[in-house]
Design a protein around this ligand. Sequence first.
Ligand code: G3H
Ligand code: 13P
Ligand code: ZN
Length: 322
Amino acid sequence: MPLVTTTEMFKKAYEGGYAIGAFNVNNMEIVQGITEACREEKSPVILQVSKGARAYANHTYLVKLVEAAVAECPEIPIALHLDHGPDFETCKSCIDGGFTSVMIDASSMSFEDNIAVTKKVVEYAHDHGVVVEAELGTLAGIEDDVKVEAHAASYTRPEEVEEFVTKTGCDSLAIAIGTSHGAYKFTAAQCTRNEQGILVPPPLRFDVLEEVSKRLPGFPIVLHGSSSVPQNYVKMINENGGKMPDAVGIPEEELRHAAQLSVCKINIDSDLRLAMTGTIRAFFNEHPDKFDPREYLKPARANIKELVRHKLVNVLGCAGKA
Ligand code: G3H
Ligand code: 13P
Ligand code: ZN
């Protein structure tokens, strides 16, 4: 099937109590690792491209890589989504350039300005058969070139969501309930430590999610910053010359719970980066004489595939839903 929008995916996910994985893609091996897992697990998927990914790999290369995945996996629905579109022009460029979904992230603007720019993107997108994700509330962490300190993050205010969705006409809404971008989601001061000395993050604000869902029945909610920062890969990185102390993510049980509620899209990027980097670091430590990129990218791609499979089956619940 051709690239699809997220409309049908989200409807089924909402009704079925699961979420679609939205994985960031930056190169061929990442696209292949994700889509091979989705194909084998018969899972719908969202491949998403950030402003940074477009700057790194070039819009056309990324679209063509995703089109190649669509041709290789004709039996699963795949959506191509712009992650954190910073302005109308970037969204327009992706809508004109083959994406089926865009995010306009005006969450750092005032409520009124967020509505105005989101509405403008929605009008253009809907005229072209493309759907729009918007955001209310501010996550902590790093996204593209913006770093939001933990103290500057703010939870979504449930009392604003109906007005926002009605006035903008957006198709899904990203909310802030305590997730955070990157591999260092929480400071040590925000966490407790378990017996193994691993940081345990503060729980997500499910009360905010439930209040939002009550006000927007049937409406798809999105969680960003939802990597779990697998400790086996953090360890692999640290044991092979890396230095990532206190990297900590969102517990997978919390994401599973969110997926059973109104959360229909869960964004995962950092976990893929950790799997790729850990695998390549370990490879070079074991084989200091090797220099063929295919030799170290092959196990990295395989580990991305297994990580994605784990997310589809055990976290998102979308395996078998294609
Ligand atoms: O939320 C941001 C995503 O992880 C994309 O990251 O801007 O480094 O491509 P990036
Ligand atoms: P992570 O950094 O937790 O993977 O979040 C990715 C994300 O939200 C992309 O928009
Ligand atoms: Zn994000």
